[in-house]
Ligand binder design. Structure first.
Ligand code: ATP
Ligand code: MG
Length: 404
């Protein structure tokens, strides 16, 4: 099928191998859900999610052998993952029927046909399957039409009540793809939120959805929409941050330049601006250290910015920087454009090393050595002494300290 023609090489080879192995083993795999949606949209880099009515384990084992990889099996979910070097991970599931006995609880799962498996899904654009044997598309809910209309639609009236995490999925996916939310779906979503549906889900699951939102390229827009729709009230109560979108966009830009920063800490801090306390993080899995960093961003930035406004020297400024987390520093940089140059200089200073060790000073050992070396590093960095003078300068400082 020409849909698969433009796939990146790794996916192409994976699909070819799946087809060959399926023919040999007489299995009938379907590519399902997100990958089919992304193929129809011409978006590359998709996951390989397969579903079969039967023979999942046979296909998984044979495929792992063919690709010289291994199978991880998750018997309670009837799913397998084939992992092989040079190929994308291949998820293999048995088609299933789901029944929600209680709103918000995990569904009861039984074996089902392909159609059941598509009808249990969240949105029509995800309820699609591509038959890898016959090259046909199964689309029981008119998902292709919705893809063409760039519209997100749930499959039935109680969808958001059955699984309120779909509120997060709807906003995340619609924003990512630039789709509108169908008016009826939007009404259902709003009334589910208003009726407190999200309180039927554990905080852990809500936090997981929130973290997924933070992983997205359009995280600022998604988080703003979640907040505006009231979906975050279940975690954080009723609170609003002014200029939320602008603040999130500004930190998003800082994050792009500094990918090692903890974006979950930063975004949560911005969401809780003004008033965060440890109860807000229940279910987040944040360590104490990360929770502390969030509280610092949420509660302490105005105070830190006031202190920064009155410092004159690098030295004092850097001392303030050193006391706060790198994440807080990044948020400050996103809020105060004039602080950015100082922060860059601080990072330079942090990375600046002197070609000098304690032994080079030839003075008796002790804590004064480290202090002298640090003072010398500072003096060379800010240009008050030349590099050639570093050794004698450090020795002098160490001696003086020793005499005190
Ligand atoms: P992504 O590109 O983010 O991976 P995706 O659509 O593949 O998007 P996944 O979370 O990987 O999303 O889920 C795979 C598929 O499983 C979805 O396409 C959807 O059909 C189905 N699915 C996932 N979560 C739910 C849910 N809460 N309710 C119903 N179906 C779901
Ligand atoms: Mg996926």
């Amino acid at each position: 099928m020409n849909l698969l023609q433009d796939l990146p090489n790794q996916q192409r080879r994976a699909i070819d191998a799946i087809r060959e192995v399926a023919a040999e083993k007489d299995c009938h795999p379907f590519l399902v859900g997100g990958p089919v949606r992304d193929l129809l949209l011409g978006r590359n880099g998709f996951d390989v999610d397969l579903a079969l009515e039967e023979g999942g384990s046979t296909l998984a084992r044979a495929l792992a052998k063919r690709l010289e990889g291994r199978v991880r099996s998750f018997p309670q979910f009837l799913t397998y993952k084939v992992v092989a070097a040079g190929y994308p991970d291949i998820d293999i599931a048995t088609t299933r029927k789901e029944r929600y006995r209680q709103p918000g609880a995990l569904p009861a799962v039984t074996a089902g046909r392909l159609k059941d498996d598509l009808l249990r899904r969240d949105f029509s654009i995800n309820a699609l399957a591509l038959d890898l044997v016959n090259d046909t598309i199964h689309d029981p809910t008119c998902g292709e039409q919705d893809i063409l209309a760039r519209r997100l639609r749930v499959l039935h009236e109680t969808s958001f009540l059955d699984d309120p995490t779909r509120v997060f999925r709807a906003i995340r996916l619609a924003t990512r793809l630039g789709f509108s939310i169908d008016p009826e779906t939007s009404d259902l979503m709003k009334s589910a939120i208003a009726s407190g549906a999200l309180s039927t889900v554990s905080r852990e699951r809500v936090w997981r959805e929130l973290s997924l939102a933070m992983d997205e390229e359009k995280a600022p827009e998604i988080l703003t929409a979640l907040c505006e729709q009231g979906a975050l009230q279940i975690l954080f109560g009723r609170r609003g941050t002014c200029d939320l979108h602008e603040r999130l966009r500004a930190v998003h830009e800082r994050l792009a330049g500094e990918p090692d920063l903890d974006r979950y800490v930063i975004y949560t801090g911005v969401l809780l601006r003004g008033d965060a306390s440890p109860v807000d993080f229940e279910g987040s899995g944040f360590s104490q250290k990360r929770a502390k960093a969030v509280v610092e961003i949420a509660n302490d930035i105005p105070r830190i910015e006031e202190s920064l406004a009155i410092v004159r020297e690098d030295r004092e400024r850097f001392r303030i920087y050193r006391e706060i987390s790198p994440e807080t520093l990044a948020v400050i940089g996103s809020e105060l454009p004039y602080e950015v140059a100082h922060i860059s200089r601080y990072h330079e200073f942090e990375n600046f090393k002197l070609p000098l060790r304690g032994n080079d000073l030839e003075v008796p050992g002790g804590p004064h050595i480290a202090i002298a070396l640090e003072q010398t590093r500072e003096a060379v960095f800010n240009g008050s002494i030349a590099l050639e003078e570093a050794r004698s300068y450090a020795r002098e400082v160490a001696r003086k300290l020793l005499e005190q």
